[in-house]
Design a protein around this ligand. Structure first.
Ligand code: COA
Ligand code: AMP
Length: 633
């Protein structure tokens, strides 16, 4: 029998008592005098008045009890290397790096951008910032200079930590030209950059601004310099993580220190059923929220060994690499995106490679980031012989909204559902008027305020945008922008986004942002970008362009330029490879582009002719164009 229903009811009856109990797992410098203050912040704040340090809780406090246990294993099939750090070694690395960046003037409240590949130094960097009370902002390596520049201008970092290159299976990605380009484009100029030279491709350093990582750290080690943990308010920001919004301007999701630690620490046992000392692996990237929460902070808060993987589920070198990592490091729990499993299944449909490894320590697979299709879940269950749990969350929440709380006793899995709301989340499905809909009926998925600890208190420097984006449509609720339903047992089903965000290989992207870039091409009169179904990536973006009158260059040439423009402005992560030149775009009589109908045509779904369509013939033109490219069914 699962204890879930009792625990959830207990939380609902007295949320403050619930979180007060969970907060006992954290080492506070000054304990909270109040669990929740409903009158401060945008919807209240958790643990006001408390002081703490996230790095201390992740690293230092474990040194006395588990100093010789591995804290971090870096496994990099792409470079053929493996490195590990015990908690004691991790403390040394982090405290030394913190001393180095403190020497460059970084202190409490300063922002630091981290633009790095999946190397251990990226984890040290995040923890070093936390140690000093500085606010880090990690930018994913697959973003282009322009995206990095936008984040530099918004976060106004004092310093940037970066590396000479990242490594993708087919190429070395030189980071430094992207970093230099971004600083050139940005209005805000950081005073110092610390650059990790990687042997695969070194880079030139800008005199006076750039400092060599290895020699700076070596000098600090030789001098015995180490920075202490700085006390911060529980409500102070730990990090800002930019995520896609409905425009090209990304949203700076703020995470606080205290509530974040309480929620993540609670999640490790209750949701993932892992104990201190267990090996936990989130196969994501530190550039995404999954990487922040479950490569770095949660496993370390809990005293686990965390695995940082620099590779791909396939091709580094084969579709057996996940099983190798699980068996070599004794991984108990793997968390990844369904895309990774679709990629593995495509390469090794019989799961033959699984049999080559000893997976005896492996107990469960958790999937999130995009809809987990039942086929993929069932394949993984059958081939791995472990339970597979889907769970739903967002960058904004930082941890699970709805999942299967295995540590409280697993609930029966229902394929297609991410299971039930976690304590802290009163999930309601609302109609357009804001009334709760009956079980089985689809509506907007909303969370009754306040959001639980760990969720974002606001957007960086943009309280107004926070309220407009999330709190205004349904009074008293956070609007998730996901649509779906709950069944009669309270299981949650996530069906679609209600905005123009798409999910490509578990990466969250804004089609609105892509349209802004496409529209900037001089030959493009108007455009629409939609996400179409993709068997491996879930969705992939497709752009429809209408050319300016009088343009008489070959359309293929322009289409290629548009693809390149998105790659240059947003980055390869947009995976924007399909552009179709069409004579006209379908619109309503009031001029709104019918993107949903276009998507349904592309995905071969039945659609109803929109009553407000201006000219139905245009849909035939779009269908013909998609068929010609072999896209529409
Ligand atoms: N730095 C630079 N470029 C990057 C990058 C990084 N960190 N990560 C991805 N890219 C590039 C890729 O090389 C690719 O470039 P290309 O167009 O030149 O081939 C492009 O961005 C698109 O990447 P991706 O969508 O990841 O496609 P892929 O074909 O390289 O890999 C998968 C497909 C399924 C193997 C891969 O997406 C994957 O491992 N997904 C797991 C999901 C995941 O980690 N999600 C994170 C949230 S949990
Ligand atoms: P991100 O902020 O990048 O984590 O993306 C969050 C979005 O990804 C959510 O709003 C959903 O649209 C989607 N998502 C995340 N997890 C799931 C899931 N388990 N099932 C369906 N969609 C999901």
């Amino acid at each position: 029998m699962s204890r879930y229903h009792d625990v959830y009811a207990g939380w609902k009856a007295d949320p403050e008592a619930f979180w007060s109990e969970a907060a006992k797992e954290i080492d506070w410098i000054a304990p909270p005098n109040k669990v929740f203050d409903p009158y401060s912040g945008q919807y209240g704040r958790w643990f006001p008045g408390a002081t703490c340090n996230t790095c201390y809780n992740c690293v230092d406090r474990h040194v006395a009890t588990r100093g010789d246990q591995k804290a971090l294993i870096h496994d990099s099939p792409i470079t053929g290397t493996q490195t590990s750090y015990t908690y004691r070694e991790l403390q040394h690395e982090v405290a030394t790096l913190a001393a180095v960046i403190a020497r460059h003037g970084v202190s409490k409240g300063d922002r630091v951008i981290i633009y790095m590949p999946m190397v251990p130094e990226a984890t040290f960097a995040m923890l070093a910032c936390a140690r000093l009370g500085a606010i880090h902002s990690v930018v994913f390596g697959g973003f282009a200079a322009n995206e990095l520049a936008t984040r530099i201008d918004d976060a106004q970092p004092k310093m940037i930590l970066s590396a000479s290159c990242g490594i993708e299976p087919a190429r070395v990605v030189a980071y430094k030209p992207l970093l230099d380009g971004a600083i050139e484009l940005a209005e805000h100029k950081p005073s110092n950059c610390l650059i990790l030279q990687r042997e695969q491709e070194a880079c030139a350093l800008v005199a006076g601004r750039d400092h060599d990582w290895a020699s700076s750290v070596a000098a600090a080690k030789a001098a015995g310099e180490m920075a202490d943990c700085v006390a911060v308010e529980a409500t102070d920001p730990l990090y800002v993580l930019y995520t896609s919004g409905t425009t090209g301007e990304p949203k700076g999701v703020v995470r606080d220190n205290g509530g974040h630690m309480v929620a993540l620490k609670w999640s490790m046992k209750a949701i993932y059923d892992v104990d201190p000392g267990d090996v936990y692996w989130a196969a994501s990237d530190v550039g995404w929220v999954v990487g922040h929460s479950y490569i770095v902070f949660a496993p370390l808060l809990h005293g686990c060994t965390t695995v940082m993987f620099e590779g791909k589920p396939v091709g580094t070198p084969d579709a057996g690499v996940f099983w190798r990592v699980i068996s070599e490091h004794g991984v108990k729990c793997l968390f990844t995106a369904p895309t990774a499993f679709r990629a593995i299944k495509k390469e090794d449909p019989q799961g033959a490679l699984i049999k080559e490894y000893d997976l005896s320590k492996f107990e469960a697979l958790y999937l999130a980031g995009e809809r987990a299709d039942p086929d993929t879940i069932q394949w993984a269950e059958q081939k791995l012989g472990v339970p597979v749990y889907d769970h739903w969350w967002q960058t904004e929440t930082g941890w699970t909204i709805a999942g299967n709380p295995v540590g409280l006793g697993a609930l029966p899995v229902k394929y297609g559902s991410s299971t039930v709301p976690m304590p802290g989340y009163d999930v309601q499905i609302l109609d357009e008027q804001g009334a709760e809909v009956p079980a089985g009926e689809t509506g907007s998925i909303c969370i009754k305020l306040p959001m639980p600890p760990g969720c974002f208190p606001t957007l960086w420097n943009k309280d107004e945008r926070f309220r407009e984006s999330y709190l205004t449509t349904f009074s008293g609720f956070y609007e998730t922008s996901d649509a779906g339903y709950k069944d009669e047992d309270g299981y949650v089903y996530i069906m679609a986004r209600t905005d123009d965000i798409i999910n490509v290989a578990g990466h969250r992207l804004s089609t609105g942002g892509m349209e802004e870039v496409v529209a900037a091409h001089p030959d493009v009169a108007e455009c629409a970008v939609i996400g179409i179904a993709d068997a491996m990536k879930g969705q992939s973006p497709a752009g429809f362009i209408v050319l300016n009158a009088g343009v008489n260059r070959p359309t293929e040439e322009i289409e290629k330029e548009v693809v390149q423009l998105v790659r240059d402005k947003i980055g390869p992560v947009a995976a924007f490879k399909t552009v179709l030149s069409v004579p006209r775009l379908p619109k309503t009589r009031s001029g709104k582009i019918l993107r949903k109908t276009m998507r349904m045509i592309a995905d071969g779904e039945d659609y109803k002719m929109p009553a407000t369509i201006d000219d139905p013939v245009i849909l035939d033109e779009i269908t013909a164009c998609l068929k010609e490219r072999g896209i529409a069914a």
